[in-house]
Design a protein around this ligand. Structure first.
Ligand SMILES: [Zn+2]
Length: 84
């Protein structure tokens, strides 16, 4: 069952019953989106959780790796590397 993250959509303080500016909830995919906090009845909106974002599995290209701050070495032979 996916975990959904909600936050108060009126941005006015914390939801005391649920202990913060938001809460997480396990809900079936078929359940309709929650519009109100079940505890304090204030309007909520769904937060796109970073945990559910698909990760890019394709290998980094050398250019991407360099952009990301990696130092890229090319293997020249046994124990020899050339900095690219
Ligand atoms: Zn609440």
């Amino acid at each position: 069952m996916p975990i959904y993250e909600y936050e108060l959509s009126d941005d006015k303080g914390d939801c005391r019953p649920c202990g913060g500016p938001g809460f997480t909830l396990r809900r079936p995919v078929s359940a309709k989106p929650l519009e109100k906090c079940p505890a304090c009845k204030r309007p909520v909106r769904k937060v796109i959780s970073s945990f559910s974002t698909p990760t890019h599995l394709k290998p980094l290209s050398i250019t991407d790796a360099k952009k990301a701050g990696f130092t890229v070495y090319k293997k020249l032979g046994k124990g020899e590397y050339e900095r690219q």
